[in-house]
Design a protein around this ligand. Structure first.
Ligand SMILES: [Fe+2]
Length: 393
């Protein structure tokens, strides 16, 4: 949960009559977990409930199928060209009941949209834009994580000339800052890899005029479109702890050690059934005898997804991985460094890699969109050259 913010015209007390020059304002509580969780109060010029129509919408998306062969995968996401706008143009790659991982190469802005099924986390790999919402404007660019709370009406405005390329996680629940980073009273602790100063919220109210305004809604059983009587961007002020915010991966302060530190020190966000970690340029393990690439590891209880943003990816050099690669190492498969990489990294003192990791506690299904850009050679990338191919592959 981010820090408390107060933006625009907000009355001194909650739940009292509040007026603007346009008349009496409508107060909306946007609260999680019923009335027991984090919340914000928004003051609208018009009733946010005033809709004129509601219709079910069909949005075709690839469906995740079980990874029955337990195949490690390398997806070349850079292969996708112009998939559409940042919402309907998402290509669903991997998913389970807790989270859907999508890729979008957006060349145009989205319509108004809200995801009523859960929070969304987008990582901007390339391009700039603005997330416009009932909370205001939030400018985002390369390296930004953008968290959009469930049920936030918003639209993505892609900077002219685009594109925006983003990895989008659609959660079934809420995204939080890891509990161990927080004090008992809700402040980020000393020693946490980021602080409140690194989190950017909307810069002020955003008012738009309009009537009969369509809003696309993703909900728990499908998609719908509501026509709002007035433009939903009619908020004159709000306060609270629920709002979209951005955090640049470049502001993540890495924790390093004399010997290898496990990925848990890189954790950035917690989801329901998954975690998100950030690997950023950092000093390597500084003991003279340290092995400076990660050891082989079996993620006994999670599937591991790694999205490679930029840098040299020392431990996997030679595997075909580069920027805009995404790998899946499912639970039950032991993965590790590229043969020879530990020796090659022996004298290195730092790494300049940037990558985003998503570990899911339930198995991830794989879609036809993922198979479209899959590098089939990846499965054999740890084998020695010359080891025979097996036809059953
Ligand atoms: Fe790993």
């Amino acid at each position: 949960m981010p820090k408390y913010l107060r933006v625009g015209d907000v009355p001194a007390k909650r739940h009292v009559v509040h007026r603007a020059s346009t008349g009496r304002l409508a107060e909306e509580l946007m609260g999680e977990e019923g009335f027991a969780g984090a919340s914000s109060l928004l003051y609208h010029r018009f009733s946010p409930s005033a809709i004129l129509s509601a219709e079910a919408i069909v949005i075709e998306r690839a469906c995740p199928a079980p990874n029955d062969a337990l195949r490690p995968m390398h997806l070349r996401l850079g292969t996708f060209a112009d998939t559409g706008d940042p919402v309907t143009g998402r290509r669903l790659l991997l998913g389970n009941p807790d989270v859907a991982l999508c890729w979008v190469h957006a060349t145009r802005s989205s319509e108004l949209y809200r995801n009523a099924a859960g929070d969304e986390l987008s990582f901007v790999a390339e391009g700039r834009g603005v997330l416009e919402s009932v909370f205001g404007r939030l400018e985002v660019g390369p390296g930004d994580y953008v968290v959009v709370p469930a049920s936030t009406t918003h639209r993505w405005v892609v900077e002219p000339g685009g594109p925006m390329r983003m990895l989008v996680l659609e959660a079934s629940g809420h995204l939080t800052i890891p509990a161990r980073y927080m004090t008992a009273t809700g402040q980020l602790r000393e020693g946490a890899p980021y602080s409140e100063r690194d989190l950017r919220g909307p810069d002020g109210p955003l008012a738009c005029d309009g009537e009969q305004v369509p809003v696309l809604i993703r909900h728990r059983s499908g998609w719908a479109r509501h026509i709002h009587a007035c433009h939903p961007f009619d908020v004159v002020g709000w306060d609270g702890c629920v709002y979209p915010f951005a955090f640049s991966i470049k502001d993540f302060e890495p924790i390093v050690g004399r010997l290898h530190q496990p990925p848990t020190v890189h954790q950035t966000f917690a989801g329901q059934g998954f975690v998100v970690c950030s690997f950023v340029p950092r000093l390597l393990d500084f003991d003279p005898g340290a092995v400076r690439v990660p050891y082989h590891h079996a993620n006994v209880d999670s599937d591991e997804v790694l999205f490679y943003v930029e840098g040299d990816f020392t431990s996997r050099a030679g595997s075909g991985i580069g920027p805009n690669s995404l790998t899946l190492h499912p639970a039950g498969f032991v993965h590790g460094p590229q043969p020879g990489s530990a020796e090659a990294a022996a004298g290195a003192t730092r790494t300049d890699e940037t990558a985003v990791m998503v570990d899911t506690f339930r198995p991830l299904g794989v879609t036809s969109s993922a198979l479209e850009v899959s590098d089939d050679r990846y499965l054999r990338s740890w084998a020695r050259p010359g080891q025979p191919a097996i036809s059953r592959e």
